[in-house]
Design a protein around this ligand. Structure first.
Ligand code: MN
Length: 140
C-alpha cells in the first residue's frame, strides 16, 4: 500500500486529513509528523509516495523544508503537495518555486481533496510496477 507522509503541526488539520483517508477510502497509509525537521528524516527512511506539506510550521517552514527535500538525492523526486490556511497573493508561485507539485488551500472541500488523492493513486498504480515482483529483463 502506498504511503503518504503528512507534515502538519495543527491537530485539527491532522484529524481532518486522517478522516479523509479513513472515510473516503484513500488506498494509502497516512503517517503524520509535525515539523520540517522530522519530515526530512522520515522522508528518507519511509520513502513515501507523497508528502502533504503544511506551509506554516514551527521552526523551518514548509517552503524551506521543500527546498531542502529537493536538494537531497534521496527525497528530490517525492511529490510534495503544499497545504496552507493563510493563502496570500504570490504564495502559490512561491510554493511552486520551492519545488511543490500541487497547491491546496485550507479550508478545502474534503471531497475535492479525496478525489485528487484517488486520482493520484490511480496514476501511481499505472506507472509503478508492483513491488516485490522481479522485473522482466530482456537480457536474461
Ligand atoms: Mn501549521
Amino acid at each position: 500500500m502506498p504511503t503518504v507522509l503528512l507534515v502538519e503541526d495543527n491537530t485539527s488539520s491532522q484529524f481532518l486529513l486522517e478522516d479523509v483517508f479513513s472515510y473516503d477510502h484513500i488506498p494509502a497509509r497516512l503517517i503524520t509528523v509535525t515539523s520540517g525537521e522530522q519530515v526530512q528524516i522520515m522522508a528518507v527512511s519511509l520513502k513515501p509516495d507523497l508528502i502533504l506539506m503544511d506551509l506554516r510550521l514551527p521552526g523551518i517552514d514548509g517552503l524551506e523544508t521543500t527546498e531542502i527535500l529537493r536538494r537531497n538525492p534521496a527525497t528530490k523526486d517525492i511529490p510534495v503537495w503544499a497545504i496552507t490556511a493563510y493563502a496570500m497573493p504570490g504564495d502559490e508561485e512561491k510554493a511552486m518555486a520551492s519545488g511543490c507539485n500541487e497547491y491546496i488551500t485550507k479550508p478545502f472541500p474534503t471531497r475535492m481533496l479525496a478525489d485528487r488523492l484517488r486520482a493520484f493513486f490511480r496514476e501511481l498504480s499505472k506507472t509503478e510496477p508492483p513491488k516485490n515482483v522481479p522485473s522482466q529483463s530482456a537480457d536474461r
